[in-house]
Design a protein around this ligand. Structure first.
Ligand SMILES: O=C(O)C1=C[C@@H](OP(=O)(O)O)[C@@H](O)[C@H](O)C1
Ligand SMILES: C=C(OP(=O)(O)O)C(=O)O
Length: 405
């Protein structure tokens, strides 16, 4: 394993971070482009391994689609292969084969696709065996496990002979990602309605479009956190827009309470330090990928806070609740589970010298704990972990003056 040790640094000057492009937007636009078989002008696709895997699998079109550890790539390609009548085996890393997919497979089968599990029922690997006839255009689907199942179905919906109406049942999680899918489809000419818990898309064609992928707000969150934890500095994050398709732009509102002021400029956002007012309680239901960043920030800046809406964290790249609890404990901070899905971040009052953080094959563990450099020397186990969404992360750390020892 390739580790990285970073010495303490808590004063920054004026730093500009180029930021990577969003993997969520990239993976959607790639599926839409594959479905239109058209002449779209797509720019700024993400360098993220999850996106590069999607590009490669769509271009090479192998019999077995091995998505590695990319959740969106697995879910989006499953629906794409199943509903466009392709015969494919879909598989991934051992962890991917522990991440549930039964809710999506059940919906695809209800629509008329033939799919067989190759291992455990409800989990990859599986094989898509064809789609001859649409059996229904009304499907009920749980909204509380992963929004990726819903996005995966929606992107194929306009091309189904009878269109598709999805009724979302239970609590809806990651709703901002569903809206991202629908709004991106709208930019490619698709009309939809989303009223209450029901999304309807009539049969229609995608229109050729130019689409530039925005910078990644989830990746931006680590720079907000670094500044919140630092004594001084200002960061300019390039390529972020005020009206974003990405729900993780909520980091602006969160970090405003944790001491970071944001000012939108023409080609990005300027972050400066301001007084902390306190986060109090925050619901991460619709921005689950920010939870690790914000937990580490609160732990490092002495902000006891309540977190809710963390249910989906247990089925991501790793069990992120467990991983956070283990690693926060290394510097005497805690993520305590309370009642009804509420958690409390108990900040550290004693940060030891030289902390070593495990990353659990989870890019966000590596990146979220990087701001520890503002308080102590930190070793992150497996520096390559960041490649899933942000391969240039350590290069960007060097731009900020954070260099490996
Ligand atoms: O649709 C997307 O691009 C994503 C949706 C979210 O997953 P869930 O819907 O499983 O919460 C998020 O955590 C993931 O990183 C990307
Ligand atoms: C959960 C994530 O990704 P995915 O589910 O697409 O693997 C993530 O990037 O934090």
């Amino acid at each position: 394993m390739n580790n990285i040790t970073l010495p303490v640094k808590n004063h920054f000057g004026e730093v500009t971070i180029p930021l990577p492009s969003s993997k969520s937007e990239s993976n959607r636009v790639l599926i839409v482009d594959a479905l239109t078989e058209g002449q779209n002008q797509i720019s700024n696709l993400a360098e993220a391994r999850d996106t590069q895997t999607m590009i490669r699998l769509l271009a090479e079109d192998p019999e077995t689609l091995d998505v590695l550890d990319a959740g969106t790539t697995m879910r989006f390609l499953t629906a794409y292969a199943a509903l466009t009548n392709r015969r494919k085996t879909l598989t991934g890393t051992p962890r991917m084969c522990e991440r549930p997919i039964g809710i999506l497979v059940d919906a695809l089968r209800a629509i008329g696709a033939k799919i067989e599990y190759k291992g455990k029922e409800g989990y990859p690997p599986m094989e898509t065996l064809g789609f001859e006839k649409q059996l229904t255009n009304k499907v009920q689907i749980r909204g509380d496990v992963s929004s990726q199942y819903i996005s995966a179905l929606l992107m194929n919906a306009p091309l189904l002979p009878e269109g598709l109406t999805l009724e979302l049942t239970g609590k809806i999680g990651s709703k901002t990602y569903i809206t991202m899918t629908l709004e991106l489809m709208k930019q490619f000419g698709i009309a939809y309605s989303f009223e209450g818990n029901t999304i309807s898309i009539a049969p229609q064609s995608y229109k050729n479009t130019s689409f530039a992928v925005e910078s990644d707000w989830s990746g931006a969150s680590y720079w907000f956190s670094l500044l919140a934890c630092a004594d001084e500095g200002s960061f300019f994050l390039k390529g972020l827009k005020e009206n974003s398709l990405q729900g993780d732009s909520k980091i602006v509102e969160i970090m405003d309470k944790l001491g970071v002021q944001s000012e939108f400029k023409d080609d990005g956002i300027l972050l400066t330090k301001k007084a902390i007012t306190g986060l109090g309680s925050y619901d991460f239901t619709h921005c689950p990928d920010l939870a690790q960043t914000v937990a580490v920030t609160c732990a490092l800046i002495g902000q006891k806070s309540q977190f809710t809406g963390l249910e989906s964290l247990r089925i991501k790249e790793t069990d992120r609740i467990y991983a956070l609890q283990q690693e926060l404990a290394k510097f005497n901070a805690k993520l305590e589970e309370g009642e009804n899905g509420a958690f409390t971040v108990i900040p550290s009052t004693d940060i030891p010298a030289n902390v070593t953080i495990e990353t659990y094959d989870d890019h966000r563990m590596g990146m979220a704990f990087m701001p520890l450099v503002t308080k102590t020397s930190v070793t992150l186990l497996d520096k390559e972990v960041v490649n899933k969404s942000y391969p240039s992360f350590w290069k960007h750390c060097v731009l900020a003056g954070i260099e490996a020892q």
